[in-house]
Design a protein around this ligand. Sequence first.
Ligand code: PHE
Ligand code: ZN
Length: 496
Amino acid sequence: MARQVVSGIRPRGGRSKALALALTCALAPGLALPAAAAAGEHHPQSTQLADRLAHQVTVAGAWRHLEALQHAADTHHDLRAAGTPGYQASARYVTGRLRQAGYRVRLQPFSFPDSAPVAETARLLTPEPRTLHPLLARYSASLPASGWTGSLAVPPQGGAAAYGCRPGDYAHGDFRGRAVLLRYGLCDVAAKLRQAAAAGASVVLLNVDQQPAGMNIRAGVRPPSAAVLPVATLPRDESEQLAADTARGPVRLALDLRGRAFTNHTFNVLADTPTGRPEHTVVVGAHLDSATEGPGVNDNGSSVAMTLETALRLAPYAKEIHNRVRFAFWGAEEEGLYGSTYYVSQLTAAERRQTALDLNFETIASPNYLRLVYHGSGAVPPGTGSVEKVLLDRFADRRLPTAPLEFDGRSDFVPFIAAGIPAGGGSSGYNQVKTPEWQKLFGGRAGAIADPCYHQRCDALGHLNRTILGQLGDALAWATGRFAVDTADVERGRLT
Ligand code: PHE
Ligand code: ZN
């Protein structure tokens, strides 16, 4: 019992926890302390399990899982991408640990459209020979196998035209049969391809526009059928040099950009608590696959590790659970959220209604971290605000500032929200650049990317930040315990 008394307090925590510990120690040890006293408005049972779980889910516990995921990558060409042996190894580990803890684990297989680069090289011929470093976008169309040589055209720089989203952006040049250099962003890649194709361009090069300037990130075309032209990203420094060259005179390029499309196969890993009401199922998910460019230990091994650790620590408390918790490890998130989308598509209407909410954490150990909680300012399913509030209250209790992260379409909450299921979660940031406002809140380096290893080979164990991993992991565990006991606030106002 004494252990439970000190449950919400971890010495490893921040100042608020140290303070809480001091207050608790002022009481006679072993006295039953009403959990609600510290937790505020919730009735005791609703936060007791949450407090205990948050106490037991630690960075040390999660680290063992991270080492296993790193090992899965180390032994499989640095990759854990969907449909690769590194993914299988990751899933074997997660599945084994869950089964050991008494979970019944289900693998949910599905196929998804995939593509792989066959050639992705580029050379500048004029004004001077130079090697460029393109990454072929996922699902890109291909240039002829014989290669392509031609000239580069660039829309006016400095304004919206540089993004190539509108027909007018192509009004002042001749793009026919040429490569066109566009800036990433403002509209999706599919829209750029449509406009560039309409202007007669043969191939699109995208300035990936990242900080640092030499970074490149593989883009994707969604849906795959929108890939009407070959398209590849270039680092910002190479792109800016090309734009400058073009302003001075003709620029000629030799490109070899080819991909191969195929159907790939993978699976989600799903584990349910044996107890709890199925008609109030709480989904706690994280994507288990890495990007095709690296081991993905932060993206999203960090959330997998904390989700798995939460599942393992929750198992002994089965009797205290009111709502079924379904831990989900999604496949093929990186190629386009295919695992979570398939999962939601397979739910019956009744099962959709009986899904109380989806908790989703994405990349939670970034070196130049943010402390972001998903927030929907537009139309989101009723209850979404209540999920957010539970997380915000937890951070407020711990005196940890947060900032909102708009549901950005970039993780597995998307199909849940689309199906009317409330969702929430958090992230320590991926390729966002830290603003001065964020820097004031979270420290770190303004003007620098949250995770310089986002979708890179270096996304490995050694670059993770343990502080934010612990803080976001705490919120993950706490919210899981809270919703395992009580989802009334989230489900209120839900159409049934
Ligand atoms: N999370 C990945 C990203 O942001 C994967 C993703 C692909 C998300 C396609 C949405 C759409 O790049
Ligand atoms: Zn991710």
